[in-house]
Design a binder for this molecule. Structure first.
Ligand code: DO4
Ligand code: MG
Length: 285
């Protein structure tokens, strides 16, 4: 089941269900005006299935402006969870190579803060490349939607935009390489109720377009993530509380070649087979 946040024709943010025939059903008349109570409810799927569809007003998805599917959750990210990420990062930096090598094998994963909910770009909104970076890339990632108890309740698509030259210069610059204006996109919606074994069968594809033409495509599989979702979520919730829940990006396994950098007006298109497509244009910030 696909759950979204969208703007109604008056510009008010609503919660909606995406139907098989690409309509958005507004859940307001069913008393649902926020994602949070649904994500906290372990029986959310049953609750949503009980709502008679003919009591909900619908709009074609093509006419709806989607919002990022986060309300007050902090967005965090895991790193070096794919072998491909470890290898690429070791190549980009002599200085930090052993750190990447060690964290890939270590018991404790790399986790870092990525964005506040209000800073997240939605599908269709621009993502940013830093004005002071020379080497910028998107990172297409499966994002876990976690409730306040740290349980995975859904999945969305994440883009962990990164400045590779800044990260590569010194690992202590990681927050500047990763956290800046428009550096995180999430969307287009949340898929509820898929078990981890199903999700591990999903593919993640990145296509970057310039002047309307593809200039990079790459693909990986969620199965390549080294750690279980429970393990990643468990570490995030160690010694820390998230009363509004959290979103956790699970790392990238698709990395463009080292001579590639994003430019303004490029578009990034991330497809996760069980979810949909997250498409954004690129601006300098
Ligand atoms: O270690 C730096 C960041 C890693 C990352 O973002 C990733 O592997 O996706
Ligand atoms: Mg990443």
């Amino acid at each position: 089941m696909k759950l979204c946040r969208f703007k109604d024709p008056k510009g008010d943010v609503r919660i909606g269900l995406i139907t098989e025939d690409s309509a958005v059903l507004d859940l307001t008349s069913a008393g649902i005006s926020q994602l949070h109570p649904l994500l906290e409810n372990e029986d959310a799927l049953e609750q949503l299935n009980r709502i008679p569809r003919d009591t909900l007003s619908g709009l074609p998805l093509s006419e709806v402006r989607l919002c990022a599917p986060v309300e007050r959750q902090e967005v965090w990210a895991a790193g070096v969870t794919y072998l491909r990420s470890k290898t690429a990062r070791m190549e980009e930096s002599d200085f930090s190579a052993t750190a990447y090598d060690r964290v890939y094998a270590a018991e404790r994963p790399e986790l870092f803060f990525k964005a506040l909910a209000e800073k997240v770009a939605a599908a269709g909104e621009p993502v940013g490349i830093r004005g002071d970076a020379r080497w910028s890339v998107p990172e297409p990632e499966l994002a876990l939607v976690l409730n306040s108890r740290g349980k995975v309740v859904g999945y969305t698509i994440g883009n962990d935009m990164s400045s590779r030259d800044i990260e590569g210069e010194n690992l202590l610059y990681l927050p500047q390489a990763k956290i800046y204006e428009r550096s995180c996109a999430l969307g287009p919606w949340i898929v509820l109720g898929a078990p981890e074994e199903t999700v591990r069968g999903w593919s993640i594809r990145l296509e970057i377009r310039r002047g309307g033409k593809p200039i990079f495509t790459g693909e990986t599989s969620v199965a390549q993530i080294k750690r279980s979702f429970e393990e990643l979520a468990g570490y995030l919730f160690r010694s820390q509380q998230f009363p509004h829940g959290a979103v956790l990006l699970t790392g990238t396994g698709v990395i463009p070649p080292d001579d590639f950098t994003l430019q303004p007006d490029d578009t990034t298109e991330i497809t996760i087979s069980g979810i949909g497509v997250l498409k954004n244009s690129v601006v300098v910030v």
